[in-house]
Design a protein around this ligand. Structure first.
Ligand code: ADP
Ligand code: 5GP
Length: 216
């Protein structure tokens, strides 16, 4: 295998379209998967166990924390969410890109613990548009107005912190935003520092004597 997969952390306010964008990306890019998180929140209509999330109770979530099963976890809007570690590392080692759709606290933990990840902030065109998207989704899932206001209130602070990320994707027109995210992943994947020099030797592209001269 020529390269490890890219760990892509996609963050941004709730309702901005992160899930929609990530779903588009996995259908467009080969060798790219979506990390499935654990959560203590209840499933929304249409959400399936092991597809959108693994749905667990508080006790099970605490067990998983104790077992160090998460690469990061956080409490978001009153519920706990965590990213399973083992599957993520295995995919990256196999050269598979992994998309992590997590909140800003989770992104910060990954920044502190994991070298080489790529951080993408997804922003709405305006807070008004964000409110409409949150309301549309709430119609389907019975989330109440109070919950929506809580999420909107946090959005502005999250957007102000955009400098913590490498890339800023404005999700106005979905296809354009999808293409931007796709371009980021494609470009990151071919960066020279992701290339294993030994593989160049194995493939006969570099002579073994020359290998020593390649700085690692
Ligand atoms: P998040 O995962 O960031 O919480 P979702 O992907 O669930 O957000 O999207 C929230 C709502 O906004 C959904 O109803 C989705 O269909 C809609 N949506 C996402 N992106 C766009 C877009 N570019 N234009 C219009 N609606 C969008
Ligand atoms: P939702 O309940 O709308 O699916 O997600 C609520 C928030 O939790 C979103 O901002 C989402 O990105 C975040 N989230 C989902 N999974 C994880 C996770 O594993 N870790 C963290 N830190 N946040 C997550």
């Amino acid at each position: 295998m020529l390269r490890n997969g890219v760990l892509v952390v996609v963050s941004g306010p709730s309702g901005v379209g992160k899930t929609t964008l990530c779903k588009n990306i996995v259908t467009r890019l080969p060798a790219t998967v979506f990390s499935v998180s654990y959560t203590t929140r209840k499933p929304r209509p249409g959400e399936r166990e092991g597809v959108e999330y693994f749905f667990v109770d508080d006790a099970r979530f605490q067990d998983l924390i104790r077992e160090e099963a998460f690469i990061e976890w956080a409490e978001v809007y009153g519920h706990k969410y965590g990213t399973p570690k083992q599957a993520l590392l295995e995919s990256l080692h196999k050269g598979i890109n992994v998309l992590l759709e997590i909140d800003a606290q989770g992104a910060k933990q990954i920044m502190e613990r994991f070298a080489g990840a790529v951080y993408v902030f997804v922003a709405p065109p305006s807070l008004d548009v964000l409110r409409k998207r949150l309301c549309r989704r709430a119609e389907d899932s019975m989330e109440d107005q109070e919950e929506i206001e809580r999420r909107l209130h946090e959005a502005s602070d999250e957007i102000a912190n955009f400098k913590a990320y490498h890339y800023f994707v404005r999700n106005d027109e979905l296809l354009q935003a999808t293409k931007e995210l796709e371009s980021i992943i494609l470009a990151e994947r071919v960066k020279t520092d992701r290339l294993d020099p030994d593989v160049l030797v194995e493939n006969g592209l570099v002579e073994s004597m020359t290998r020593k001269k390649i700085a690692t």
